[in-house]
Each structure stands twice: as structure tokens, then as C-alpha cells.
Design a protein around this ligand. Structure first.
Ligand code: GLA
Length: 654
């Protein structure tokens, strides 16, 4: 039995949108799904207008027939609550369901996700629909999983209407109690921004100049929480009526607007939609990073690749298809990084609508197409890997990810607008990926003691308690490598007393004297030959030893990279962004750590091999090593269609 649902093995299937097709086609679909080895179909994602054609009109007959048909073909259903695209009659009767932008523009009907997260009308309608579906299908034998809503925040992450303003004020009252508390947190002594009552506060709509940064930070927190509130409300209905049916909502990889640490706590398991770009030669690294995050969000438990494209998407300026074999390679990559299933958007290619050029498991060309042949071949292959389901991938190096820090880092009016979390993180992750080191992500409040090394490419916002936890971790023998512009502000986005690195000053053994961002296009050389872009800092070591210095630019001769021995462990600091050389610093940190708890202490690839060996132990007989090899090497293999076909296949007859 799979760990995710009652369906055994690794899940295989995708979004099925039956309302786009006459019922005769459903028969063919069900038969072909069976032929392809589909075990789970996601249905109903955009069915609201068909299921509820009017305020008091319900039409479930066609949906009953559909679920019965799928069940008769042995296909389990991931049933959507269908709430992501409210019908026209609802928004015409209640125009304030439609969301409003920061400039006051009300977004029109005619796409999807056209709802204000704080609209009581939308919420009630969505919960009524969820309840109806749960009551009607809760006992249906096809039901294996609830697909709550769809991609929260995909198009609309915030709404600035008066209802949202009321909701924001209530959220702020909960957070701060008195308005004085808010005035302090928001630093409203600045620019005469003091509030006398909560009623005077509005969302950060378009204003004449820079908006209060703490107001913006709280707005981001609020917007993530507002959507989470909707999600939890749907979850509560499902939990009441079908307590034994698992539920998940599809995340969108490392997505800035939603704090997925908070969200994941409300999922039975994490699921993700991932669309690496076949035109990007480094797309497999991006995918790997996102999959490691998905696995980490619920502490290493198996997750589900809910959506990916069988070949091209339709929403990039140029939509390059996947070369033969590439979807197989990237699917196995997800499995290797902990996914217990591979699903796609979508089953049958649409003939109308905004996504008619999006690839599908069953392309427009039908069963005569290359895509269909791959669909069938991969379904059979995944079935042979069934025993991988439920096994764990483990890592002993962690990267700290904090949405609050991400939001604070990317606020306006900073020393440089170029310091963006994905760009700062990427070289660190890529260096470890190239060295075969498996990575977990952890939130800043996690206990890091089980990791040999903790990496913090950036912790711009850092709470004192989290800094204290990192300090104890290092003093007890851990190794921390910290990137620039960290420990600068507290949870209210106020600069820490004494400036950066704030509560990390003793641990890192230094103070930052001044930030020296690098102008666009410039590079600063270090004594080691490494080159910095974007950012440098004038630092003053107190107890830290200097491991590298600036050789060119205004800081020539000043320290750039330091290491501070603290108790049994060590804390490294990079005062600059090293897009190509951060791996060398991590290697140095590793060497200096000896065979203790430094990064990759077992030698290159040791952590990853151990993790995959663990997966392979799940496989009985002589098949294990072949599958483990196949799975473990997929995401480091070149992204070339011909070469990837050379990745060894597990034997067909175990
Ligand atoms: C997302 C959505 C799907 C579809 C795909 C297209 O993942 O959830 O409904 O729009 O994108 O790539």
C-alpha cells in the first residue's frame, strides 16, 4: 500500500477535464487510461460551472457517470473541490467577488481564479460546493484523494478591495493588539505615518512613494494567511464528512507569495506542480531544488508530483517540447527525490481554450503519436518501480529557507535591488548538486542538530531566538556557512541593534561596517581568484580568521570570507555573492571540518549514495541496485534526449 493514498505503488495519471468532451469520448479515455497504466485521475478541477449551473441548480448526473466509469476501469480518483474558477452567474450576481489590484482595477471574469480571498460570498459558495461534493462522493469507491482547490495564488495572490482591507485590519489586530503595538512594529514615527486607530489602516495600495516596509511585510504575511484560511475552511468541511480520505493541494514549487512551511502543516502530504523548461540546460537543477523542497516541507515524507507537462507547456513566450526520453528522465528525477507518484497536466489535449497548445498524455494526434507511445512505456516502467513507494530519501546537509526573510530581502529601497533570494540561493544549491550532496531545506525555527552542516545563503531577516538556536548548534559541533546581507533586520524589519550581522555577530566573530553593493556588470576579484558580483561588504573581524580577501575594487585588501571557531564547531561567513565559486568555499569548509560534521563529510556523493542506498534497500532481490542506480543518476545525467536513453532501465521481469 502506498503511503499517500490507498492506491498501491507509485501513482501515475493526471488531470482529466471531461467537461471538454462528449461522453462517448470518456469511454475511449477510460480504456486508454487503463492501457497506459494510469492509476489516479484528477477530475473536477474546473467543473464548477457544470456542477452548479445556477445558484440553486445542481447537475451531478454526468459526474456520477464519470466516476462510475473510471471506477469500472480500475482508475482511482483524485477529486477536486472545483473551487478555483467561480462560475459567471456568481460574479455577475456579486461583482465584489472579483479581485481588485493595488491600482484599484477590478479584474474581470473570463480567465480563472477571479475571486477575492477575503470575499464572504466566494467563501460561502466554495464551501457549499465542497460540502455537496463530499456528501455525494465521500463513499464513492473511486475516491482516493481530495484535490483541494487548485494552485492557490497562481494568478491572484492579493486583493485590495474594501473587504480585504477589513480582513487585513482584523489580522493586524490579532497580531498586535493595541494600535500602539502596531505603530511600534511598523516604525510609524517615520514620515508621520502614526495611526490613531485601526480604522485608519489600509492595504498597501499604490502610493506616491515608497510604502512602509513593515506594512508591506505584514501584507505579504496576511495574503499568504488569507489564502490559507480559505484552504483550511475547505479542508475542515472534508475532514468533517470524509475523515479517512487524504487531502492535498497542489503547491507551485518554491513560490514566493505563499509560506509553504505554514501551508504544509495542513496537508496530509505535499503535492507539487513543476514545469522545468526543456529549453533551459540547467532546468534539472531547478527541478532538483524544488523537489528537495517538496520533500522537506513535511520532514522527508513522500510527496506527489501532481502536475508536470508530458512535453511542451503553452504559457511561455516560446514553448519547447521535451525531447524523446526527457519526460521519463525528469519523472524519475522526482521519484529519486522522494515523489511517490508522477502525474501530469493533462490527460487528453484540449481542442479549445487557452491551453489548447499544451501537451498531454494523449496528444491531439491520439494513439498514433510519439507522445502516446512514451505515455504507455513510462506507465509500464513506473509500475515496475512500485516497491520504491514509501521509502525515504535522507540528507545530512540543510539549507535554511524562511519566507519572512525572503520577503524582507526583496523589499524596495535597499542597498541593492539585485539581491533576490532565488539568485542568491541558486549557486549554493548548484554547487552541492554538482558534488552529489543531497540537500534538505529547513525553516529557521527547526532544530538543525541532525545535520552535519547548515547553510544559510541569506537570512536577511533573523529572529534572535533562531540565531540562538544556530549558535548552540555550532557550539555543539555543527558547521554553519552563512551568506551576505544576513542578520540585518528583526521580525519587524527593524535593523538589529549595532547593525549586521545582528544576533550572529558573536557566532560569526565579526561586524559588518558597511554594505558595498557591486554595480551591474562589474566583478570584484578575491585573492583566491574567485569573483564576486552583486554584493560585497566591509567587514571587521573580531574573533574570525580570514580565509579570503578582496583583491580588486574599493575593498581591496579587506577580508571577504571568514571562519570563526565557536565551541566544537565553526561558522563561516561570505560577505559577498560568489556566483561561480561558492562551491570552493563549501569545499574549504568541508576540508576544515575534517571528517566531522562538515558539509559532505563522507566525501563527494556519500550523502546522496547513502540516501539512494536506502531507497534501494526497499527493492528485493537482485533488482535493487539496478533501480537504485537508474533512479539516483537521473538528475545528474545530461539533459540530452539520446544520452538520457542510455540511463539503465530496470529489468522488465524482476
Ligand atoms: C497549472 C494548472 C493547470 C494548467 C497547467 C498548465 O499547473 O494547475 O490547470 O493550467 O498549469 O501548465
Amino acid at each position: 500500500m502506498s503511503r499517500l493514498t490507498r492506491v498501491e505503488g507509485l501513482l501515475y495519471g493526471g488531470d482529466y477535464n471531461p467537461e471538454q468532451w462528449p461522453e462517448e469520448v470518456w469511454q475511449e479515455d477510460a480504456a486508454l487510461m487503463r492501457e497506459a497504466g494510469v492509476s489516479l485521475a484528477t477530475v473536477g478541477v474546473f467543473s464548477w460551472a457544470r456542477l452548479q449551473p445556477g445558484p440553486d441548480a445542481w447537475d451531478f448526473g454526468w459526474f456520477d457517470r464519470l466516476l462510475d466509469l473510471l471506477h469500472a476501469h480500475g482508475i482511482a480518483v483524485d477529486l477536486a473541490t472545483a473551487t478555483a474558477s467561480p462560475p459567471a452567474w456568481l460574479v455577475r450576481a456579486h461583482p465584489d467577488v472579483l479581485p481588485v489590484t493595488a491600482d484599484g482595477v477590478r479584474l474581470e471574469f473570463g480567465s480563472r481564479q477571479h475571486y477575492c480571498p477575503s470575499s464572504p460570498v466566494y467563501r460561502n459558495a466554495a464551501l457549499t460546493l465542497t460540502r455537496k461534493l463530499a456528501e455525494r462522493y465521500g463513499d464513492h469507491p473511486a475516491l482516493a484523494l481530495w484535490h483541494v482547490h487548485n494552485e492557490y495564488g497562481d494568478h491572484v495572490t492579493e486583493c485590495f478591495c474594501p473587504r480585504s482591507a477589513d480582513h487585513f485590519r482584523a489580522w493586524l489586530r490579532d497580531r498586535y493588539g493595541t494600535v500602539d503595538g502596531l505603530n511600534h512594529a511598523w516604525g510609524t514615527g517615520f514620515w508621520s505615518q502614526r495611526y490613531g486607530t485601526y480604522d485608519e489602516i489600509e492595504p498597501p495600495r499604490t502610493a506616491p512613494g515608497p510604502v512602509n516596509p513593515t506594512q508591506l511585510l505584514d501584507w505579504r504575511r496576511f495574503c499568504s494567511d488569507a489564502l490559507l484560511g480559505l484552504h483550511r475552511a475547505e479542508r475542515a468541511v472534508l475532514a468533517e464528512i470524509t475523515p479517512d480520505v487524504p487531502a492535498t493541494t497542489n503547491f507551485m514549487s518554491m513560490f514566493k507569495p505563499l509560506d509553504y512551511w505554514k501551508w504544509a502543516a495542513h496537508e496530509d502530504f505535499v503535492s507539487d506542480d513543476a514545469y522545468p523548461d526543456p529549453a533551459d540546460p540547467e532546468a534539472h537543477v531547478t527541478a532538483s531544488l524544488n523537489y528537495d523542497l517538496m520533500r522537506s516541507l513535511k520532514q522527508g515524507t513522500p510527496w506527489l508530483l501532481m502536475e508536470q507537462a508530458p512535453s511542451a507547456v503553452s504559457w511561455r513566450p516560446v514553448n519547447v517540447p521535451k525531447k524523446p526520453g526527457l519526460q521519463r528522465l525528469w519523472s524519475l528525477q522526482a521519484v529519486a527525490r522522494g515523489a511517490d507518484g508522477v502525474l501530469y497536466f493533462q490527460w487528453r489535449a484540449s481542442r479549445a481554450g487557452a491551453e489548447k497548445y499544451h501537451s498531454a498524455l494523449l496528444p491531439h494526434g491520439g494513439t498514433a503519436s510519439r507522445g502516446w507511445r512514451e505515455t504507455v512505456r513510462f506507465g509500464a516502467e513506473l509500475a515496475r518501480l512500485a516497491e520504491v513507494a514509501g521509502s525515504r530519501v535522507t540528507a545530512d546537509v540543510a539549507i535554511v529557507l524562511d519566507w519572512d526573510a525572503w520577503w524582507a530581502l526583496e523589499a524596495d529601497d535597499h542597498p541593492s535591488a539585485r539581491m533576490r533570494w532565488p539568485e542568491l540561493l541558486r549557486p549554493w544549491y548548484a554547487a552541492l548538486h554538482a558534488r552529489g550532496v543531497t540537500i534538505d531545506f529547513v525553516p529557521p525555527h527547526a532544530d538543525p542538530t541532525r545535520y552535519r552542516a547548515v547553510l544559510a545563503p541569506n537570512l536577511h531577516l533573523l529572529r534572535t531566538a533562531d540565531a540562538a538556536r544556530l549558535t548552540s548548534y555550532v557550539r555543539d559541533g555543527g558547521h554553519l556557512v552563512c551568506g551576505p546581507f544576513s542578520g540585518v533586520v528583526d521580525e519587524h524589519d527593524h535593523i538589529h541593534d549595532g547593525g549586521a550581522p545582528g544576533p550572529l555577530a558573536d557566532l560569526l566573530g565579526l561586524r559588518v561596517d558597511e554594505f558595498w553593493p557591486v554595480p551591474d556588470g562589474d566583478r570584484v576579484r578575491l585573492a583566491s581568484g574567485a569573483e564576486a558580483t552583486l554584493w560585497t561588504e566591509w567587514i571587521e573581524p573580531t574573533t574570525a580568521a580570514v580565509h579570503d580577501s578582496y583583491a580588486t575594487g574599493p575593498l581591496a585588501g579587506q577580508p571577504a570570507v571568514t571562519r570563526n571557531q565557536a565551541g566544537e564547531g565553526a561558522a563561516w561567513y561570505l560577505s559577498c555573492h560568489l556566483p561561480d565559486a561558492v562551491g570552493d568555499v563549501l569545499d574549504r569548509a568541508h576540508r576544515a571540518a575534517g571528517r566531522g560534521r562538515g558539509p559532505d563529510a563522507g566525501g563527494p556523493g556519500a550523502a546522496q549514495d547513502a540516501a539512494y542506498a536506502q531507497k534501494s534497500r526497499m527493492i528485493r532481490g537482485g533488482v535493487g541496485p539496478a533501480i537504485a542506480y537508474c533512479v539516483s543518476r537521473t538528475d545528474t545525467a545530461p539533459v540530452d534526449g539520446v544520452r538520457c536513453a542510455a540511463v539503465p532501465l530496470p529489468p522488465t521481469q524482476p
